[in-house]
Design a protein around this ligand. Sequence first.
Ligand code: IMP
Ligand code: MG
Length: 170
Amino acid sequence: MERELCVSKEAIQKRVQVLAKKISADYEGEEPVLVGVLNGAVFFFADLMRAICIPTKMDFVRATSYGSNMQSSGSVRLTKDIELPIEGKPVILVEDIVDSGLTLSYLKEKFEQRGASSLKICALIDKLERKEKDVFVDYCGFQIQEGFLVGYGLDCNEEYRYLPEIYRLK
Ligand code: IMP
Ligand code: MG
């Protein structure tokens, strides 16, 4: 499929540093649990966690709201849960992209019910064109108006994840 460059490697890395600095300052004296949403967030998660200069812990969930196409199926299912206890702990959900908002609003509610002391959302991309659920992104990498994006972990039917930059499929 044809694609056009949307965000360069350099721009991603610069932005990750800015987000990491902000998180480090906001959570000074705490030890937040970073919960990455597999698979898309892996590169962003790894870069972000290493750039944060306070102690953090890592865990992962896997959620599906998408079938194998580019359309949301509307319902969210957890296919892998976290393993660390989060009761009384500050949690930061680290996601690749917020599209309909269904995945993150589901995860947010779930972790709040489990007694996280605070719950914030860090997303590499906040897609503005379609939001069924209004989700507030506390730490946002890039706001992008439209299109289907791939690269830096983001896929289309499991392709393109390996690309170091972010592209828009044409
Ligand atoms: P939601 O629609 O906000 O629930 O997003 C669900 C998931 O769909 C995200 O975590 C991504 O994995 C995937 N997704 C949504 N938009 C895109 C895109 O433009 N490119 C690649 N994956 C996407
Ligand atoms: Mg995802």
